[in-house]
Design a protein around this ligand. Structure first.
Ligand code: GLN
Length: 192
């Protein structure tokens, strides 16, 4: 199995390190042809406007859309924003996932925080139901999800922070910044 990480901007190196720990082949994706032999793609956290503009400049928008029609893609934080269909402002989006997102949903006062989440889907990874320690940095909230989208995790107040539509995955938080490989393993399980 070979998984690409979109390497235009943001913390792609951390995702690559996590994937290596799980023993899969990795590739940095900067050009359309880099998608050719991949089984899945991760879009990292960073700055969604920058990632979107660079994707336009490198001719990646349509190739990424076509890739996502057939393969698994997981967006973390800025990557989740880029995967969505609407953020209620002008910026390049892939529009692959039927979710609407509010950027920087926690404002300046609480721009970063960590919290334990219940993520039932992760139980399939190691058979245990332990909480998932999630890191949020200037994070978005998934405001609405379409009919074909499953909610994987919410904050205690009910706001959605992880969702799945078939082989497409969006998380508001950053599993690549923890030591816990379960979310990456879950993504690989969608491909296997
Ligand atoms: N606030 C960033 C954005 O709107 C996302 C932050 C992140 O990826 N940690 O693109």
């Amino acid at each position: 199995m070979k998984i690409g990480v979109l390497a235009l901007q943001g913390d792609f190196a951390e995702h690559i390190a996590m994937l290596r720990r799980l023993g899969v082949q990795t590739a940095e994706v900067r050009l359309p042809e880099h998608l050719d032999d991949l089984d899945g793609l991760i879009i990292p956290g960073g700055e969604s406007t920058t990632i979107g503009k660079l994707a336009v400049d490198f001719g990646l928008i349509e190739p990424l859309r076509a890739f996502g029609e057939r393969h698994a893609i997981w967006g973390t934080c800025a990557g989740a924003i880029f995967l969505s269909k609407d953020v209620r402002r002008e910026q390049p989006l892939l529009g692959l996932m039927d979710i609407t997102v509010q950027r920087n949903a926690f404002g300046r006062q609480v721009d970063s925080f960590e919290i334990d989440l219940e993520v039932a889907a992760l139980k399939a990874i190691d058979g245990k139901a332990r909480p998932y320690h999630a890191v949020f940095i200037r994070a978005p909230i998934i405001e609405t999800v379409g009919d074909g989208v499953d909610v994987l995790a919410t904050l205690p107040d009910g706001r959605i922070v992880a969702a799945q539509q078939g082989k497409l995955l969006a998380t508001s938080f950053h599993p690549e910044l923890t030591n816990d490989t379960r979310f990456h393993a879950y993504f690989l399980s969608l491909i296997r």
